[in-house]
Design a protein around this ligand. Structure first.
Ligand SMILES: *[C@@H]1O[C@H](CO)[C@@H](O)[C@H](O)[C@H]1NC(C)=O
Ligand SMILES: *[C@@H]1O[C@H](CO)[C@@H](O)[C@H](O)[C@H]1NC(C)=O
Ligand SMILES: *[C@@H]1O[C@H](CO)[C@@H](O)[C@H](O)[C@H]1NC(C)=O
Ligand SMILES: *[C@@H]1O[C@H](CO)[C@@H](O)[C@H](O)[C@H]1NC(C)=O
Ligand SMILES: *[C@@H]1O[C@H](CO)[C@@H](O)[C@H](O)[C@H]1NC(C)=O
Ligand SMILES: *[C@@H]1O[C@H](CO)[C@@H](O)[C@H](O)[C@H]1NC(C)=O
Ligand SMILES: *[C@@H]1O[C@H](CO)[C@@H](O)[C@H](O)[C@H]1NC(C)=O
Length: 322
């Protein structure tokens, strides 16, 4: 067993060197190096309750026949790796960065843990990355995520990441969806995020964010969905804050410490369907312009100090309270 193990480690070490070399010269990577990367991943899985990889990812068959793998029709290289919902336990090996054509990577809902190797920063064609529902306990979001500039979707929902959100994510100039719900992220929201003119969905629900809301956000016509519920965000809203968010449909800022008045410019968000501001420290009158929001389906303003809404008014009672 020991002998086998050391052979295995030697094999992996050789593979790393070979893979790194072949990445440098992209022409030298081929379907074989793709297979080596996937087999390295398989070797890092310590628990596979459904025997998924053990039975299916066989070195003697073509990776095109492996479940969870998609290859490009033309170049026949690995373009998608989806091993979601398999209850796998394991770590991510550096070799995974040696899939130069990978555009979709999802390990959603497993028990991956450990660190995220820097080599994953080589996945320059990655468009969708979903690491949600894993156990990267005490790990910070690596700043090299910011170099995956083709990313359109980044989902890290409930991955137990801690630390702050790296500024470098602002470099993801094609990003449409950033989901960081239910982690242990602290610090302020990097202003660089609001430089991403393609961003449609921003969700950082259930973290420990603090500081005020960067007012620059409110010039983003791409934004449709903002969910920052259940954090420690504070400060007020400037009167013009909602002036240039013409496509916003959901604004959920409840369970924070936002203070001051609700700006009447909110009525410029003509497509707003959900407005949830309950359990903050908002004061003043509810702007009557809210009545202009003809698409509005849900309005939660309770547990604030708003005039016309009783202090103890729950969200359910809101409509009768106003
Ligand atoms: C892997 O599983 C897929 C889907 O169940 C199947 O089509 C394929 O033949 C299997 N490949 C191997 C090598 O067992
Ligand atoms: C994963 O484990 C849970 C219980 O721990 C079980 O309900 C579920 O069916 C498992 N999923 C798979 C794909 O084996
Ligand atoms: C993730 O998988 C677990 C079983 O391993 C299951 O209980 C849970 O509902 C899943 N979560 C989601 C969001 O699918
Ligand atoms: C994140 O996970 C929670 C469940 O834990 C779920 O309610 C929420 O919708 C998820 N967010 C996204 C954007 O998928
Ligand atoms: C990305 O962003 C960081 C911080 O915002 C910056 O220092 C860096 O030069 C940017 N570019 C790359 C390619 O990471
Ligand atoms: C936003 O992008 C511009 C250039 O496109 C840059 O000059 C500026 O520093 C960026 N702002 C932030 C907060 O990253
Ligand atoms: C909102 O409706 C009022 C009438 O209730 C109208 O006077 C006002 O111009 C409207 N505002 C916007 C921004 O549409």
């Amino acid at each position: 067993m020991e002998k086998y193990r050391s052979l295995c480690i030697l094999f992996i070490a050789l593979t790393v060197q070979f893979s790194t070399f072949s990445y440098v010269s992209a022409k030298r990577t081929n379907i074989f190096t793709d297979q080596q990367a996937l087999l390295a991943l398989k070797a890092h899985i310590t628990h596979d309750p459904t025997n998924f990889l053990a039975s299916n990812w066989s070195a003697s068959t073509s990776i095109r026949e492996w479940s969870g793998i998609t290859c490009g029709a033309r170049h026949r290289r690995v373009t998608a790796l989806d091993i979601s919902y398999l209850n796998l336990t394991g770590t991510i090996p550096p070799q995974l960065g040696n899939l130069p054509f990978l555009s979709i990577l999802s390990i959603r809902n497993n028990s991956f843990h450990g660190t995220l190797p820097d080599e994953l920063a080589q996945l320059r064609r990655l468009e969708c990355l979903d690491f949600s529902f894993n156990n990267f306990i005490n790990l910070e979001i690596p700043s090299w995520f910011g170099s995956l500039t083709k990313l359109r979707i980044l989902r890290l929902n409930e991955t137990t990441f801690s630390g702050t959100i790296p500024q470098s994510l602002g470099n993801l100039s094609s990003l449409q969806e950033l989901i960081l719900d239910y982690n242990e992220l602290s610090g302020s929201i990097p202003t660089s995020l609001f430089n991403i003119s393609s961003l449609q969905k921003l969700s950082i629900h259930g973290n420990q964010l603090s500081g005020s809301f960067p007012s620059i956000i409110f010039t983003m016509s791409s934004l449709i969905f903002i969910n920052l519920r259940h954090n420690g965000l504070s400060g007020g809203f400037s009167p013009t804050i909602f002036e240039y968010l013409p496509n916003l449909e959901v604004l959920a800022l409840d369970d924070n410490m936002f203070a001051g008045e609700i700006p009447s410019t909110l009525s410029k968000c003509r497509h707003l369907q959900v407005l949830s501001l309950s359990n903050n420290h908002l004061t003043g009158a509810i702007p009557k312009e809210i009545g202009n929001l003809t698409q509005l389906k849900s309005l939660f303003l309770g547990l604030n100090n708003l005039q016309g809404v009783g202090k103890s008014c729950t969200t359910e009672e809101l409509f009768t309270c106003i």
